[in-house]
Design a protein around this ligand. Structure first.
Ligand code: FRU
Length: 507
C-alpha cells in the first residue's frame, strides 16, 4: 500500500514538472515583463525569501543546465521593488560526490542576528539556509543547512549535515522563523505522504527537537509540500493576530494550496476550524509552493508562488513566479479568512515599466456589445494591469476579454458571473491544448457588495491573475496566446456600469 502511495505522489510531482517536450524555439511572446522569470532554464518553487538591507532576496528552485526539472539548485535574484529583478549566480548548487548526488530542494533562509549558529565571524551575523537535501540515488530526503557570510551570494554547506534525518524518502521543504516569545527557531516541514506538518524547535539551527505534528486535516488526497506558518494581523488591528498555516497539496480534485487559521503557542498549531474544512488559497490551476517574505517593510507578509506551467513549453526559460500577494486576515460571515491583494508598494516598480499607455475612466455604460479598449500601439502588448469596479445592475456577467485575436474566435474571458456568484477565468476558446478540460473554466465563489464587484486583472504575456473584491478571492493561471492575439475589451451581458476603470500597459 505504502509503496503504491509513494509512487502515486512521485508520479503527480513528476507529472507537474515535466509535462511537455522540450523545445528550442524561442518564445519571446510569452516572456513576462513584470513577473520574475529566470533568464535561462528551468524554475519552480520560490525559496529562501528574506529582505536584506531593503533588498528582497528571491532564491528559486533551478536547473542551471537545462530547461526542464532536474539538477536542483538554488538560483538567486534580488529586487528593491518586487517588479524589476536582477539575476545573480547560482547560490547553492547541487552537490556531487563519488557515491551520491545531493539536490538542493526547497527551503528557507534566516538572518541569524545573534549568531546562535556560531557560523558568524567578526561580529557579522550569518545567513543560514535550511533546505531539503534530496538524494535520488539513496531515495532519501533529509534537512540540511548552509551558511553565507557574503550577504547571500554564496553558501557553504554545514560539515555535520544532515541536521534532521528520519531516513525517509518524502520529507521536505523546511520553513524556519524566529519565535520571540519562546526564544527559539521554529521549523515547519512536510511529512509528505502522511499529510502532516511536523513542527521542530531549535536554539542554534543545528540541533532540532520535535515539538508537535499537525494533520492530517483539510485536503489530503495528494502529498503535502512546502508548509509555512505565519502570524497575520486580523481586521487591520495590530492587537489581533492569528497564525496561518499554508500547505501546498497539489490538488487534482481540490485546491493546489490550502490554508488553516488558528493559534500557535510556540509548540503546537491549533486549527480554529474542523478538520473537514478546506480553505483554498488560490482558485486557479497555477499558484503553487508559495512562501512569504515575513519581514517586508511595514511588517507586511508577502506571499509569492510558482506559477505552474501547464503543457506549453517556453524557451530559453521555463517557469515564473506569481505577482506577490499582500496577506491580511478579515473577519467575514464565514469566519476569519485570508485576503490577498497585490501589494501597494508595487506601484513604484510598476511605474518604471509603465512605458505604454495609461487610461483612467469613470462611469462607462456597457450594454451587451463589448467595448474595445486596445488599439494598434496601445494596450495591445499582452502586458497590462487592469483595475475595475463594476456596478452590475441586472447584468448576468461582466468582465474583460483579453488576449483576443481579430475575429474574437480565440480569447480568454475574465469576469464575474452574477447568477452563479462567481469570479471566473474562461480559457475554453484558446487553451484547449494546454490545459486539462477541468481547468478550462476556473471559478471562485464571490458575492457582489451592494451591487458592486471589483477586479484586478493582471495579464503578463503568459500569466493571468485575477484578484476579486480587494483580494477576497484570487485565480491564477498560465495562458499561451498566439502572437497576434492581443485584443482587450470590456463586456456585459445585460446593462452594467463600469464605475471605475484604470488600465496600464507595461513594457
Ligand atoms: C514543490 C516541490 C517541493 C520540492 C521541490 C523540488 O513543487 O516538489 O516539495 O522541494 O518542488 O524541486
Amino acid at each position: 500500500m505504502i509503496r503504491i502511495k509513494i509512487i502515486g505522489v512521485l508520479f503527480i510531482a513528476l507529472a507537474l514538472k515535466s509535462y511537455a517536450q522540450e523545445t528550442k524555439t524561442p518564445t519571446p511572446q510569452w516572456r513576462p515583463v513584470y513577473h520574475f522569470s529566470p533568464p535561462t532554464n528551468w524554475t519552480n518553487d520560490p525559496n529562501g525569501l528574506i529582505v536584506l538591507n531593503g533588498e528582497f532576496q528571491l532564491y528559486y528552485q533551478h536547473n542551471p543546465f537545462e530547461n526542464k526539472w532536474g539538477h536542483m539548485s538554488w538560483g538567486h535574484a534580488t529586487s528593491t521593488d518586487l517588479i524589476n529583478w536582477k539575476n545573480l549566480p547560482v547560490a547553492i548548487p547541487e552537490v556531487m560526490s563519488k557515491d551520491t548526488t545531493t539536490w538542493i530542494y526547497s527551503g528557507s533562509v534566516v538572518e541569524d542576528k545573534n549568531n546562535t549558529s556560531g557560523f558568524g565571524t567578526n561580529g557579522k551575523p550569518p545567513l543560514v539556509a535550511i533546505f531539503t537535501a534530496d538524494q535520488p540515488k539513496q531515495k532519501k530526503e533529509s534537512q540540511f543547512i548552509a551558511y553565507s557570510l557574503d550577504n547571500g551570494l554564496t553558501y557553504k554547506q554545514y560539515a555535520a549535515n544532515p541536521v534532521i534525518d528520519l531516513n525517509k524518502r518524502d520529507f521536505r521543504d523546511p520553513n524556519v522563523f524566529w519565535h520571540e516569545p519562546t526564544k527559539q527557531w521554529i521549523m515547519t516541514v512536510a511529512m509528505v505522504d502522511e499529510h502532516m506538518v511536523r513542527i521542530y524547535g531549535s536554539k542554534n539551527l543545528k540541533e532540532w527537537t520535535k515539538l508537535s505534528d499537525f494533520g492530517p486535516s483539510g485536503y489530503t488526497r495528494n502529498g503535502w509540500e512546502c508548509p509555512s506558518l505565519l502570524p497575520i494581523t486580523v481586521d487591520n488591528d495590530p492587537q489581533k493576530t492569528k497564525w496561518v498555516l499554508f500547505v501546498s497539496c497539489g490538488g487534482d480534485h481540490g485546491p493546489l494550496m490550502q490554508y488553516y487559521v488558528g493559534d500557535f503557542d510556540g509548540t503546537t498549531f491549533k486549527n480554529d476550524n474542523s478538520d473537514d474544512k478546506v480553505l483554498t488559497v488560490d482558485y486557479g490551476d497555477a499558484f503553487y509552493a508559495a512562501i512569504a517574505w515575513r519581514d517586508a517593510p511595514a511588517n507586511k507578509k508577502l506571499l509569492i508562488g510558482w506559477l505552474q506551467n501547464g503543457k506549453q513549453e517556453t524557451y530559453p526559460w521555463k517557469g515564473q513566479m506569481s505577482i506577490p500577494h499582500d496577506l491580511t486576515l478579515k473577519t467575514t460571515e464565514e469566519g476569519v479568512r485570508l485576503f490577498q491583494d497585490p501589494p501597494a508598494m508595487l506601484s513604484k516598480g510598476l511605474s518604471k515599466v509603465t512605458k505604454g499607455s495609461v487610461l483612467s475612466k469613470k462611469n462607462i455604460d456597457v450594454d451587451n456589445k463589448a467595448i474595445t479598449l486596445s488599439k494598434k500601439g496601445a494596450f495591445d502588448s499582452n502586458s497590462i494591469w487592469i483595475e475595475a469596479e463594476f456596478l452590475i445592475n441586472d447584468s448576468k456577467k461582466v468582465g474583460f476579454n483579453v488576449v483576443a485575436n481579430n475575429d474574437q474566435s480565440k480569447k480568454v474571458v475574465v469576469g464575474y458571473d452574477a447568477e452563479k456568484q462567481q469570479l471566473f477565468i474562461d480559457c475554453s476558446s484558446s487553451e484547449r491544448e494546454n490545459k486539462q478540460a477541468v481547468n478550462l473554466v476556473q471559478t471562485a465563489p464571490m458575492k457582489a457588495v451592494n451591487g458592486v464587484v471589483k477586479m484586478k486583472v493582471l495579464v503578463d504575456k503568459s500569466s493571468l491573475e485575477v484578484f476579486g473584491n480587494d483580494g477576497e478571492k484570487v485565480i491564477s493561471t498560465m495562458i499561451y496566446p498566439d502572437k497576434d492575439a492581443t485584443g482587450v475589451s470590456v463586456f456585459a451581458e445585460g446593462k452594467a456600469t463600469l464605475k471605475d476603470l484604470r488600465i496600464r500597459e507595461l513594457k
